[in-house]
Write a protein that binds this ligand. Sequence first.
Ligand code: 5GP
Ligand code: ZN
Length: 114
Amino acid sequence: MTDCLFCKIISGEIPSKKVYEDDYVYAFEDIAPQAPVHILFVPKEHIPMASAITSENSGVISKIYEAIAKVAHEKGLDEDGYRIVNNCGENAGQTVFHLHFHLLGGKKLELKMC
Ligand code: 5GP
Ligand code: ZN
C-alpha cells in the first residue's frame, strides 16, 4: 500500500532498526519504546488491523508468533516473560493502520488491561 507508514518501513523507503525479517514478517524497534525491549512485528502483506484477518490471510499470524518467540528467546526474555499487544481500531488506541504486534519486555510490566 503506497500511503502506509509500515509498508514504507518494510520497503526501506523509511529507515528502521531491523530486528528480524523473513519472507512474511518484518520486525523493528519501536521509535518510542515503552519498555527496555519494544519491538513491532508486522506482516509484509498490508493488512490494516486484526479485524481484517480472514481465512485467506491468517497464515501470517502464525509466522508472526513464531518470529516473536524466536526474537524473545534471542533477547533473553524467556525466563522473566514478556507481553504481546495488538491494538485493533481507535478505541484500543491503534495509531498505525497496518497490523502490528508489540513485543514488550525487559521489566515488570503493569497489569493494567484497560
Ligand atoms: P499502535 O498505537 O498503532 O498500536 O502502535 C503504533 C506504534 O508505532 C507506536 O508504538 C509508535 O511508537 C510506533 N511508531 C510510529 N511511527 C513510527 C516510526 O516511524 N518508526 C517506528 N520504528 N515506530 C513507529
Ligand atoms: Zn501497510
